[in-house]
Design a protein around this ligand. Structure first.
Ligand SMILES: Cc1cc2nc3c(=O)[nH]c(=O)nc-3n(C[C@H](O)[C@H](O)[C@H](O)COP(=O)(O)O)c2cc1C
Length: 350
């Protein structure tokens, strides 16, 4: 039930941050999260970044409503004015978010011109004010997602100073994308690829501040690597790998949260997505808004190309409906199986 106010929902269980799925603009909308929830039942899911302006100057329902079956969901806010962030946080109280997160890691020009995102890392006192103001508007955890540094900042002292100052304002959870953001000269996409990853730096932060919850993000694509990281930090956040190869999410769940979790049957997942598509179609949402997140359903396995082709050819048709979300039929499984990164045999489609 979209838009259900939080007062009538049971209070949430303590958050399990061992596995979370990253906020990703244009990707982790409510339909994507509904899909990911089926594959990672205990992961903490993040919204796309929502700017304070979007909430304060528009119909907030449009940006904030979600289906409680996606829960737990963390709302990521973009902004840098304490008072505006507090008002946006207060408005979001009407929905059952589990956490409110402040974006201190996005390097896009648009975000920089609003003086928020990664450039906030240069202003820890302001971030502290933002956190204090947001905490004044909610009893939910208020958290920060940041980088290990920006531009030519020192990776050790700069990050420590930022975290100490913001933690003093009551932020107990830091999600750290383990590479710097270069604010000039790189596109957001390059800023997710070019600055080198430094996972040990995030582990050192946890060693130095064991009282804080530290979640590692950036470049984690294998469940085994995620499990190894969990020895050093409190949680692992997966971004692109979750979106591009969603059927790895059950393996991440097994590695980090629930060793007994079995791979859900694709037919069951698609049946749930058909029901979701039919439900939201009643409010005018076209099936392509859901189907686009399912293009990676078979990635890494036999049939991936046939699936993508079939879905992308049909989802834009005028009469496209939920009925197109059906599993691949046997005759379409005619591609050679792609090799897996670790050289092990490819999975077959169930
Ligand atoms: C398409 C896309 C959009 C993103 N949008 C956001 C965003 O809105 N807020 C944010 O904090 N990070 C955003 N990110 C960064 C991710 O949250 C994550 O930090 C980054 O992709 C590194 O994790 P990964 O290597 O597991 O993908 C985005 C990443 C991608 C690929």
């Amino acid at each position: 039930m979209p838009g259900m106010p939080s007062e009538i929902l049971p209070s949430p269980a303590p958050l399990d941050r061992r596995l979370s799925i990253a906020p990703m603009m244009d990707w982790t909308d409510r339909h994507c999260r509904f899909f990911h929830r089926l594959l990672a039942p205990r992961a903490l899911l993040y919204t796309e970044m929502v700017t304070t302006g979007a909430i304060l100057h528009n119909d907030p329902e449009r940006f904030l409503a979600f289906d409680p079956r996606e829960s737990p969901v963390a709302l990521q806010l973009g902004g840098s004015e304490p008072e505006e962030l507090a008002r946006a946080t207060a408005i979001a109280e009407a929905w059952a978010y589990a956490e409110i997160n402040l974006n201190c890691g996005c390097p896009s020009d648009r975000v920089q011109s609003g003086r928020f995102g990664a450039c906030l890392m240069a202003e820890p006192a302001r971030v502290a004010e933002c956190i204090a103001a947001m905490r004044g508007a909610t009893a939910k955890p208020v958290t920060v997602k940041c980088r290990i540094g920006i531009d030519d900042s020192d990776e050790e002292a700069f990050l420590d100073r930022f975290v100490d100052r913001v933690a003093a304002a009551g932020c107990r959870v830091f999600i750290v994308h383990a590479r710097k953001a270069w604010l000039k000269g790189l596109s957001p996409k390059q800023n997710r690829e070019v600055p080198p990853l430094n996972h040990p730096r995030v582990a050192r932060l946890k060693q130095r501040r064991p009282d804080l919850e530290i979640v590692l993000n950036g470049g984690i694509t294998e469940p085994e690597a995620a499990a190894a990281a969990l020895e050093l930090v409190d949680g692992v956040m997966i971004g692109r790998a979750a979106y591009q190869t969603p059927y790895r999410l059950p393996a991440f769940t097994r590695a980090l949260q629930d060793p007994g979790f079995a791979d859900p049957d694709r037919a069951c997942v698609l049946a749930a997505m058909r029901a979701h598509a039919a439900e939201v179609a009643r409010h005018g949402t076209p099936v392509r808004a859901i189907a686009r997140h399912l293009l990676g359903l078979y990635n890494g396995e036999r049939g991936a190309r046939a699936w993508r082709r079939r879905l992308s050819e049909t989802m834009h048709e005028d009469d496209a409906g939920p009925g197109l979300l059906i599993p691949l039929a046997a005759p379409l499984r005619d591609e050679p199986a792609p090799p897996r990164a670790d050289g092990s045999p490819a999975l077959t489609i169930s």
